[in-house]
Write a protein that binds this ligand. Structure first.
Ligand code: S3P
Length: 436
């Protein structure tokens, strides 16, 4: 089950790729499709394990979902169309499924239980449970309510809330907006810095009255949502691994097509440009509610930079691969105000620092970030993912420029967000990547 990949270093990388569908948008298309009236047709849905957890949970609550290959059709039942699941809902590794569904399940007329794998059961859930309780929700969990399994005694008349997030989080914001759909009145969520806004865009397209005033998202409760046709753009977070490969492999030029370029997601692109990376948006267009484009990237000499503040939520999933770039860049890179990284699929400060050190990188750890000394000649090593998909893929990309072969242990987890990652990398580099 865990699987090990062997990566042989390469000198050149050329070609074009299309990344798989966006994970965040895929989750939302399934969930909002289920809560809308009529059909939602989804093209380009990400079939990663995380999104399949959302899909199966909705099916377990009576939603008919047809898989027609290119298209997935969700037959929505309106806000009140879900039925009590007969069993515990398994969220696997997926924090997005757990937190967003908690917002929906808190408002149903039935009881439900959410659980997941050992990583998910370590992730803090207080951040959604506390504000949902203020709305009147009844939710219990381990550790005083902070950890899954979560038992949810749905209540149909939750109160709207005006809530100020301490930490920007699209998962928490979205859970409160989803609960706000059921509340009579106006729900307001204020975030310190903008986090991804896919929920807001999709709700608006489905007919909800939702808008932003400065840092506050405002939603009028109890709308009738209409099913949509949704084309899912490529996932910028998946594209980031290939952007990084093209920047650090000595002779490289890569075009990445049809990538989602939502401004709340492309902090990594801006950071790379600031480091001196040669990356350009060569074509920009819209697919439904989302900006999309083609990117052109070329081998570059990178320089260290500082990251903090509003950049952190805009590149929250890209820190593992960003750290690989920082390791080879000239000079120091400082990442601060990013304590959130400690509670992702793994501790993405502690575990990441440990893996980077195996490659010979000098890293200083802080509670809320790290300082990476650049100029490293990446060493081949035996890396492990710690069960974290983004660590597995980041170390695989770093290994492309090592002096000898590297092994990455525990790579089955890439299935959560990027099935086909190693095949795509193998196809592009012309090397075989044994995954055994
Ligand atoms: C996500 C939000 C982010 C991100 C996660 C996906 C989403 O989490 O890290 O991979 O789809 O809403 P937080 O909201 O906890 O920062």
């Amino acid at each position: 089950m865990t699987q090990k990949a062997t990566i042989t270093p390469i000198k050149s990388l050329h070609g074009r790729i299309i990344p798989p569908g966006d994970k965040s948008i895929s989750h939302r298309a399934l969930m909002l499709g289920a809560l809308a009236q009529g059909k939602t047709v989804i093209r380009g849905l990400l079939r990663g394990e995380d999104c399949l957890c959302t899909l199966k949970a909705l099916q377990a609550m009576g939603i008919a979902i047809e898989d027609q290959g290119d298209e997935v059709i969700v037959h929505g039942g309106g806000l009140w169309g879900l039925k009590e699941p007969e069993d515990v809902l398994d969220m696997g590794n997926s924090g997005t499924s757990t937190r967003l569904l908690t917002g929906i399940l808190a408002c149903q007329s039935f009881f439900s239980v959410l659980t997941g794998d050992s990583s998910l059961r370590r992730r803090p859930m207080n951040r959604v449970i506390e504000p949902l309780r203020l709305m009147g929700a009844q939710i219990w969990g381990r550790g005083g309510g902070n950890y899954a399994p979560l038992a949810i005694n749905g209540k149909v008349e939750l109160q709207p809330i005006q809530f100020k997030l301490k930490q920007s989080s699209a998962q928490v914001k979205s859970a409160l907006l989803l609960a706000g759909l059921y509340a009579g009145g106006v729900t307001q969520v204020l975030e310190p810095h903008p986090s991804r806004d896919h929920t807001e865009r999709m709700l608006k397209a489905m007919g909800a009255n939702i808008y932003r005033e400065d840092s506050t998202v405002i939603l009028e409760g109890q709308p009738t949502l209409q099913g949509l046709e949704i084309d899912v753009p490529g996932d910028f977070s998946s594209a980031a691994f290939f952007i990084a490969a093209a920047l650090i492999v000595p002779d490289a030029e890569l075009t990445i097509e049809r990538v989602g370029l939502n401004p709340t997601r492309i902090g990594f692109l801006e950071a790379v440009q600031q480091m001196g990376g040669q990356i350009e948006i060569v074509r920009e267009y819209r697919v439904g509610e989302e900006p999309v484009g083609d990117l052109w990237v070329k081998s570059s000499h990178l320089k260290g930079i500082n990251i903090e503040g509003e950049m952190v939520p805009r590149m929250i999933d890209e820190f593992p691969i960003f750290a690989v770039l920082a390791a080879v860049a000239e000079g120091e890179t400082v990442i601060r105000q990013a304590a959130e990284l400690r509670v992702k699929e793994s501790d993405r400060i502690g575990r990441l620092a440990a893996e980077l050190r195996k490659a010979g990188v000098k890293v200083e750890e802080y509670e809320d970030g790290m300082v990476i000394s650049g100029g490293t000649h990446f060493k081949g090593a035996n890396f492990t993912s710690h069960g974290d998909h983004r660590l597995a893929m980041s170390m695989a990309i770093g290994a492309l420029i090592a002096k000898k072969d590297s092994h990455i242990e525990d790579v089955a987890c890439v299935q959560t967000s990027f099935p086909g990652f190693f095949d795509l990398l193998a196809g592009l580099t012309g090397q075989e990547i044994p995954v055994t």
